[in-house]
Design a protein around this ligand. Sequence first.
Ligand SMILES: CC(C)(COP(=O)(O)OP(=O)(O)OC[C@H]1O[C@@H](n2cnc3c(N)ncnc32)[C@H](O)[C@@H]1OP(=O)(O)O)[C@@H](O)C(=O)NCCC(=O)NCCS
Length: 191
Amino acid sequence: MKPYKKMPVITFDHFQLRTITKKDYKDMFDYGKDEEVTSFLSWGPFTSPVEAKQAIKTIFYPRIHKSLPRGYAIIDLEKHKMIGTIDFHTKPKDKNGAEVGYVIAKSYWGQGLMTKALSHLVDVGFNHLGYDVIYVRHLSKNIASQKVILKNKFKLIKSEPTILEKKHEQISDFMLTYELTKEKYHANQQS
Ligand SMILES: CC(C)(COP(=O)(O)OP(=O)(O)OC[C@H]1O[C@@H](n2cnc3c(N)ncnc32)[C@H](O)[C@@H]1OP(=O)(O)O)[C@@H](O)C(=O)NCCC(=O)NCCS
């Protein structure tokens, strides 16, 4: 079976990364309706659970047709709740790799959770999916995301002006693109 069709389940502390399912939509709505959580994202805030259901169906499930894994739900094992996602959402045309995205419910921010989740996803990307390079992007205003990226030793490769269209506003900012190559990742593991 292709590796992106059979993703490992990863457990750390009292959290788990496992493939998202349609049943996760109510939990996804709980954080996806939050204006602050979605302020730097291309989607949201959700106004009804149906929108979360649609997102899982139309965004996560079809990834398999592009040779990408469906995406991980982040689970709080103590609360039995899905609290976010981390996933490979786009494949570059000319490289064997993918771009990462992530989001987590506000009550979990600042506990080092996404830094750990990203390090696990990177490991899966290189060691399970066999990628040569992993990309990640953030708006320059999104300092928390930048910290998660830098703590995982990604390297800045591009900065370009962008406009993010939200429901009630437009955000003018710079989109910063980072990469981590397989070689750099393995060298970091040795040091
Ligand atoms: C970005 C996000 C995933 C970070 O998750 P997290 O689990 O809080 O991340 P971590 O705790 O591992 O690390 C975040 C770091 O940023 C810091 N931070 C958090 N909010 C911050 C802010 N508004 N300004 C500056 N630093 C901030 C934290 O203190 C932490 O730094 P530290 O390790 O030096 O203490 C989370 O804030 C989120 O889901 N945001 C909304 C969705 C989003 O923006 N996704 C990324 C799109 S590119």
